[in-house]
Design a protein around this ligand. Structure first.
Ligand SMILES: [Zn+2]
Length: 307
């Protein structure tokens, strides 16, 4: 579903990513990272890359990302389909296949970085869903006031304050002061009791924090090349997904997870009927075939048992 305000193309390696152990630059330390293995010190050849517009093709990508289990296997599958997050550290080196004994600089992403990013997106999307649904019962479990001056919004409120969770799920918690809340909230805001505004300001803080100085507004030619158009250009896929989330909040869009592949997609009355169950025609046909095959195998079993 086209979002004409977002301009975002993203390259992914044609041969795909892989997990491997490589060196941290200028040290003997080895870490396991997701990499394309394409050297950073040379411009990649055009035939090595595939350019896509993941936000155009996947209208609910930020939600698909939020639902992703941060295992190596799932992260690899996600990266090969949509691209890497885009953290160009340039902090790693690996053996140079063309010159044994020497090393080449490559970019790589740690599983812990993916886990952190997924956990944060998942938590903020969850908060936003409760806010949208006016679900005060859920919010009151996760928003806890300490007196009248401070409130904590915590993904795991029942754990001791300093306890960290082991991956794959990370604890995401933030503390807000009454002063900060008062500057954003409506006059109805009640310090010491309110669970709605602390949740709203947590979402505001996270989303704005991910856009600030990472998404550039710019005037560019529109798709037909006929007039100038305003576009927001994110630096990388991670920022692009936060921008897509911001647009979802702005437009109060609704989403659904595909009945076949599980990918999230936006429900838009002008594009898709709101009773649409699949992200694409491919998934619709595949689900239909699966159902048919199942019916046929049940029928076969019935025939065999009655024979
Ligand atoms: Zn699908």
């Amino acid at each position: 579903m086209a979002d004409e305000l977002i301009g975002f193309s993203w390259a992914r390696p044609k041969q795909g990513f892989y997990w491997t152990e490589i060196h941290v630059l200028a040290s003997d330390v080895r870490v396991r990272v997701l990499t394309s293995g394409i050297p950073l010190n040379r411009a990649p050849k055009a035939e090595q890359l595939e350019i896509a517009e993941p936000l155009l093709e996947h209208s609910g990508l930020f939600r698909t990302f939020a639902a992703l289990e941060p295992t190596e296997e799932r992260i690899l599958r996600f990266a090969n389909k949509y691209g890497s997050l885009g953290f160009q550290h340039g902090l790693f080196t690996m053996d140079n296949p063309e010159c044994p004994g020497s090393e080449i600089p490559v970019s790589g992403e740690l599983q812990s970085e993916w886990t952190q990013c997924i956990s944060e997106m998942r938590w903020i999307v969850q908060l936003w869903d409760w806010i949208q649904a006016d679900n005060y019962r859920q919010l009151s479990e996760y928003v806890r006031w300490q007196g009248m001056d401070h409130v904590t919004v915590d993904s795991h409120p029942y754990l001791p304050a300093d306890a960290e969770l082991a991956p794959p799920v990370l604890r995401i918690a933030s503390t807000l002061s009454t002063d900060e809340l008062t500057s954003h909230a409506a006059p109805s805001f009640r310090p010491g009791f309110d669970v709605y505004w602390p949740a709203v300001v947590t979402v505001y803080r996270a989303v704005t924090g991910h856009l600030w100085r990472r998404v550039s507004p710019e005037l560019t030619w529109d798709d037909r090349g006929k007039k100038m158009a305003l576009r927001f250009e994110p630096d990388n896929l991670h920022d692009a997904m936060w921008l897509q989330f911001a647009r979802a909040i702005h437009g109060q869009y609704e989403y659904r997870s595909c009945g076949d592949c599980g990918e999230w997609f936006r429900l838009d009355p002008s594009i898709a009927r709101s009773n649409r169950k699949f992200c694409s025609d491919v998934c619709k046909v595949r689900a239909y075939r699966k159902r048919k095959n199942k019916q046929m195998s049940v029928a076969d079993a019935d025939t065999q048992s009655s024979a």
